[in-house]
Ligand binder design. Structure first.
Ligand SMILES: *[C@@H]1O[C@H](CO)[C@@H](O)[C@H](O)[C@H]1NC(C)=O
Ligand SMILES: *[C@@H]1O[C@H](CO)[C@@H](O)[C@H](O)[C@H]1NC(C)=O
Ligand SMILES: *[C@@H]1O[C@H](CO)[C@@H](O)[C@H](O)[C@H]1NC(C)=O
Ligand SMILES: *[C@@H]1O[C@H](CO)[C@@H](O)[C@H](O)[C@H]1NC(C)=O
Ligand SMILES: *[C@@H]1O[C@H](CO)[C@@H](O)[C@H](O)[C@H]1NC(C)=O
Length: 375
């Protein structure tokens, strides 16, 4: 019997070594094992089921990657954070070598099923496998996401357009009695957060306003948090490549009225201006955004230029005039033709004046609208 004592003692010390955290087994390993041993990730982590789990959300917009007006899609890169409390993942840090925070695999724990309602496309977002848990059971999960979301994009005010797109977060299944949402930061902080935004893109971030609301439908009441991302286009590149050339062409067209109607070069001049417009329009058609609902005001400006009755009619009339002047040289004493010429000259002046008025009105309307939009 006495010979067995050393074995008994050795076995007992072996058992003790497994159970005390400060011995051979590392504290991190021990703590993780302790936390996950009895953990069930299928169960919402609350002791009292009537208590809702509140998920705190935060979004900061990192970049605007693509604004697709034709398909009404917006692609943004955002940094998304969610924080919630897990009542089954807390520990006394003085019993575990003062560990206050550990990382656990996301796949091993319960996580809320929060989605963006406007999602239209799955984009490459890295799948981050770990979350941070601190000793009071608070879980922090953050990840960058590329969101391709449906958005009603307006192109009427192009290139001074402002777009307002929303990203709505809500649990796909859980009602507000089970999963509630809240803001991680104050809404003022979110609204004016531009620290992470890449400034040198085509778009400027104006604000990210956010609202919390409860959506009621037949399946129950759902908590929702909506972020409204408001962005404005930097218009400079379009002013230089689109507005200035088209204004220049309009002025050249206007200048052609100063050539006398009998001058042959006038037709050539007018035709060149028309060819100029066409080439310009074909080249620029890729630059101007399109949507089925509305066309940019600027594009219709170029069209209007064509449709301006004076422009095309002038061509016809000046050709007629040249024909008449041809006959005039053939038969110089024909008084009727002289009368025609005088009439046509008067008509020419009338067209010029109406062209000027239409152009002036158009320019005034366009520039006043643009000033109000860009201001
Ligand atoms: C759960 O919480 C509710 C409200 O806070 C309370 O009335 C109820 O007694 C709690 N149930 C248990 C089992 O603790
Ligand atoms: C944590 O453990 C230490 C030592 O075992 C004990 O003194 C302390 O009261 C415990 N704290 C809590 C909150 O249980
Ligand atoms: C855990 O994190 C939450 C949220 O950041 C904080 O309120 C809490 O004090 C932290 N607990 C400990 C023990 O650090
Ligand atoms: C953006 O749209 C939302 C609703 O769709 C509206 O509440 C918000 O005021 C708009 N923001 C701006 C800056 O227009
Ligand atoms: C973008 O500009 C804002 C202010 O205009 C600034 O606060 C922010 O740090 C800038 N972002 C980057 C990434 O430079």
């Amino acid at each position: 019997m006495a010979a067995l004592w050393p074995f008994v003692l050795a076995a007992a010390s072996g058992i003790l070594a497994i159970d005390t955290p400060h011995s051979s087994s590392p504290a991190l390993h021990h703590l993780t094992k302790q936390l996950l041993q009895t953990y069930r990730k299928e169960v919402r982590p609350v002791h009292n089921w009537t208590q809702a789990t509140t998920v705190y959300l935060d979004v900061s917009v990192h970049a605007v990657l693509d604004v697709d007006t034709q398909n009404q899609k917006l692609k943004t890169s955002i940094w998304y954070r969610e924080v919630w409390d897990d009542e089954f993942l807390s520990w006394n840090s003085s019993m575990f070598d003062e560990i206050r925070e550990i990382s656990l695999p996301l796949s091993a724990i319960w996580a809320p099923d929060i989605i963006i309602n406007e999602y239209v496309d799955i984009e490459r977002s890295p799948d981050l496998p770990y979350v941070y848990v601190n000793s009071s059971g608070t879980i922090k999960h953050s990840k960058p996401i590329q969101v391709v979301s449906a958005c009603s994009l307006e192109t009427y005010a192009f290139p001074f357009d402002v777009q307002n797109c929303s990203l709505t977060f809500s649990s796909i299944l859980h009602t507000v009695e089970d999963v509630d949402l809240a803001f991680l930061r104050s809404t003022e902080d979110i609204t004016h957060d531009q620290k992470a935004f890449l400034n040198d893109s085509e778009w400027e971030l104006l604000s990210v306003s956010s609202t919390y609301r409860i959506l009621q439908n037949s399946a129950g009441d759902f908590a929702q948090i909506q972020f409204n991302v408001v962005i404005r286009r930097h218009p400079l590149v379009y002013v230089v490549s689109l507005l200035i050339p088209s204004i220049f062409l309009m002025l050249v067209d206007l200048g052609s009225f100063y050539l006398p109607p009998t001058c042959q070069a006038r037709i050539l001049f007018k035709t060149s201006v028309l060819v100029g417009y066409t080439v310009f329009r074909v080249n620029m058609s890729d630059e101007v955004p399109r949507s089925a609902g509305s066309t940019p005001l600027i594009e219709s400006s170029v069209c209007q230029e064509y449709q301006a009755p004076s422009g095309t009619l002038m061509e016809v009339w000046s050709q007629l005039r040249s024909i008449s002047s041809y006959f005039q040289t053939q038969d110089q004493v024909d008084r009727q033709e002289l009368g025609w010429l005088a009439l046509l000259q008067r008509f020419d002046r009338l067209l010029f004046q109406s062209y000027l008025v239409v152009l002036g009105l158009y320019a005034v309307t366009l520039s006043s609208l643009w000033v109000s939009w860009s201001g």
